[in-house]
Design a protein around this ligand. Structure first.
Ligand code: BGC
Length: 755
């Protein structure tokens, strides 16, 4: 056979196998739907949680056993472990008429038992292969424990660090967040959802949840469609394009209708425009919450949600308790319920549950695949890559392994805050404190330790942070006594390493803050330590960008480590002592003042841009400049990189052709290191006002000291497109500027013309 013929035959074969697989699924699901009563269908739309894990709403499900046995449940979350899940699955398989297996979900936001750094941190790696691998490991561990559906990735664009859930996403930028969304969906789902090591992803929270007014969690959102499509939608769409199996609706309203009941959002955009084929689940009681939003009673809002295109009701049981009545009263059709049921059954089919309802229940896997050495090693590696070196005063870092170190701070010998927010499946007792990590990496270092301050002295705040267990403990000693002890030992050492910052629950869900500076207790400690005149390294932990304007001006070095996960201490010590040269870059701007929020690099120029500091009648503030304290994309290394020779391969490009941009990057410092080379464009003239610049490419390169590399980017036709005033995705002819460099302030520039 001629090669071309052979190729066509193989293609036809693959095509027909795919088609017949799809046909098999359709036939199976349709046959099952035929057999189902209305009650059985409504049961499939019900997602319950028995409580016991972390419940994020006021209610948990009641009469769980009875509901499972009588076919009133389609899925469950907040249960883990093969034994427990088997009990639930058995209740369904042994008692219900049609034996439709449960789908078991969970929030596995940054690792299952092997807890990785918080997602905002891992986004700072700008390393999509690593992020995909993290998701793969997460899927392996979670499925080994019986879970096959993950309420992740969360890719809500966040430009307001007061919002605590900025910790759970990938920051402020649509291009980077889209890359993260793709990597995570790919990592969780793999190529075959019925493989027992993969799980179905659920992209959330659709949509715009990160734009809550005032940064207050669950608050309203009001945004133009142009902004939605250009800035906030891309990461969700990227997840859909990557084949995400499910989508979670958000709590907030969109154009005056909560996302959960918003037909424009869930049907017109998600399904009709983007072609999403999976199912949509509500957020925790978000159907019921439409009552308080002011849209009617439980029956009304359940009708609204179903008709909008929402398929599964998380915890609220609005569907379970009212949909039948609504059918009888003609408010919804049987067909609408069947359509939602079909999508749930298809998901279960894809997960292989109809072939084997116990596919994910395997005790040996739970023992062998969780918290392996390989997984912990990876957690350590990705944590080191997520740290961002904000300052290296007098190049004090990396430290010598035999240094005499005063290790100080409320987080220096802490375990309970290392995992970060939303890590209910992890065990904080397995995490490595910084003190221990330093001892592991630098056994010859001479370390003296003092707590120095409480995370906060505010007992009211501490109470709120401690709702899920103790994260903040207020010392018996007075703040003065603790401070004096710290200063005394600081004076006895050659260098001070102060581990300071936020407790893990100071960010995350329902943890918005109007003040995002370091708590006063810690500010005082830092001032006192700096006053000793000894070199100070601040190891800063937080789940959000902080306002550190005061500390940034001090003669200190600052390593931002977020909440680093189970290997916290080892990873921090790896970087402090130079086993790994930091390469992380911020994915959200750090403001000078909370008054600058919302703050993001891709803002628009306005007609009166700030150009040379404060000028009357320009867009600016009297008290601070418009620029952030630390820009998006920023992050130092122990070495230095020099950029030169930016080139575009053609000065004029037609709309369907790619364009190549190259730049020379040289490691000019004393250490080998990695650099995230970033490319931004500026569409100079277009029909809707353009952002000042937009990230459109990034590459992470490793350079030995003295080494140079040419880094080449390809700009694809779509990279130059935007949604215009009629929401058409187009590129407009004209001049574009391209900037390449080490952060969003890159100055190396070229231009080209799009014809
Ligand atoms: C959160 C979701 C989460 C759900 C289930 C909600 O409160 O907003 O992100 O998936 O709870 O735990």
């Amino acid at each position: 056979m001629k090669p071309i013929k052979l190729f066509i035959t193989i293609l036809t074969l693959i095509f027909s196998v795919t088609i017949s697989k799809a046909q098999k699924k359709i036939a199976f699901v349709e046959e099952l739907l035929e057999k189902m009563t209305l009650d059985e269908k409504i049961g499939q739309l019900n997602l319950i949680t028995p409580g016991g894990g972390i419940a994020t709403g006021a209610v948990v499900s009641k009469n769980v056993e009875e509901k499972l046995k009588s076919g009133q449940v389609g899925g469950m979350f907040g249960v883990a472990g093969p034994e427990k899940i088997k009990v639930a699955q058995d209740m369904v398989m042994k008692n219900t008429r049609l034996k439709i297996p449960l789908i078991i979900g969970s929030d596995v936001i940054h690792g299952y038992k092997t807890t990785f750094p918080i997602p905002l941190a891992t986004s700072c790696t700008w390393d999509m292969e690593m992020i995909e691998k993290e998701a793969q490991i997460t899927a392996k561990e979670a499925t080994a424990d019986g879970i096959m559906w993950n309420f992740s990735p969360m890719v809500d664009i966040a430009r307001d660090p007061r919002w605590g859930r900025i910790a759970e996403g990938a920051g402020e930028d649509p291009y980077l967040s889209s890359a993260v969304a793709r990597a995570m969906v790919k990592g969780y789902q793999g190529n075959n959802l019925s493989d027992k090591n993969t799980m179905m992803a659920c992209v959330k929270h659709f949509a715009l949840y990160g734009a809550a007014e005032g940064g207050r969690d669950y608050n309203s959102v009001d945004m133009s469609h142009i902004k939605m499509f250009n800035q906030y939608f891309p990461p969700y769409k990227a997840a859909v394009d990557a084949g995400v199996g499910s989508v979670m609706s958000s709590f907030n309203d969109v154009d005056g209708i909560p996302a959960t009941g918003n037909k424009w959002l869930l049907t017109d955009v998600l399904r009709n425009k983007w072609g999403f084929k999976g199912f949509v689940v509500s957020d925790y009681t978000s159907i019921n919450e439409m009552i308080k939003h002011g849209l009617g009673n439980l029956q009304d809002v359940s009708v609204l949600a179903l008709k909008a295109g929402l398929d599964m009701d998380m915890v609220g049981e609005g569907f379970l308790t009212t949909l039948k009545k609504s059918v009888e009263e003609g408010k919804v059709t049987r067909e609408e319920i069947t359509n939602a049921t079909r999508l749930i059954l298809e998901a279960k089919y894809k997960l292989g549950l109809f072939d084997n309802p116990y596919l994910y229940i395997d005790k040996t896997r739970a023992e062998e695949d969780i918290l392996t050495k390989e997984h912990r090693d990876f957690a350590r590696k990705i944590a080191t890559r997520s740290f961002v070196l904000l300052k290296n005063d007098k190049q004090i870092l990396p430290l010598k392994k035999d240094a005499k170190i005063a290790l100080i701070g409320p987080l220096a010998n802490d375990q309970s805050n290392m995992l970060g927010t939303w890590a209910p499946t992890g065990d904080y007792k397995l995490s490595v404190p910084v003190f221990k990590g330093i001892q592991n990496i630098a056994p010859n270092a001479n370390i003296v330790y003092a707590k120095g301050a409480n995370i906060t002295d505010d007992t009211e705040l501490a109470k709120k942070i401690n709702v899920f267990g103790r994260k903040v403990s207020i010392d018996q000693r007075s703040p003065r006594e603790m401070l004096n002890e710290a200063v005394k030992i600081a004076k006895s050492a050659n260098i001070i390493v102060a581990v300071v910052g936020e407790a893990s629950e100071m960010s995350g869900e329902s943890a918005s803050m109007t003040q995002i500076s370091l708590p006063e207790s810690q500010k005082k400690l830092i001032r006192a330590l700096v006053k000793t005149g000894k070199p100070v390294v601040l190891v800063l932990m937080s789940g959000r960008p902080l306002v550190i304007t005061e500390e940034f001006k001090m003669p200190v070095s600052i390593l931002q480590v977020w909440h680093p996960g189970v290997e916290a201490g080892n990873a921090i010590a790896d970087v402090l002592f130079g086993n790994y040269n930091p390469s992380g870059k911020l994915t959200a701007s750090w403001p000078r003042s909370i008054g600058q929020i919302p703050i993001y690099y891709s803002e628009k120029n306005t007609g009166r841009p700030e150009e040379n500091g404060y000028e009357k009648f320009k867009t600016n503030y009297l008290d601070v400049s418009n620029t952030p304290l630390i820009p998006f994309g920023y992050g130092l290394s122990y070495t230095t990189f020099e950029y030169s020779d930016i080139k575009v391969d053609t000065k004029e490009v037609i709309q369907v052709k790619p364009l190549h941009i190259s730049v020379n990057v040289k490691n000019t410092g004393k250490y080998d290191g990695e650099e995230v080379v970033q490319l931004y464009i500026h569409d100079v003239v277009r029909s809707i006002t353009p952002p000042k610049r937009q990230l459109k490419g990034f590459k992470k390169v490793f350079l030995k000291k003295g080494e140079s590399k040419t880094v080449t980017f390809t700009l694809l036709p779509d990279d130059l497109k935007f949604y215009d005033g009629d929401l058409n995705f187009i590129a407009e002819p004209g001049i574009f500027e391209v900037f390449v460099g080490t952060n969003s302030n890159a100055t190396l520039k070229e231009t080209f013309k799009l014809k």
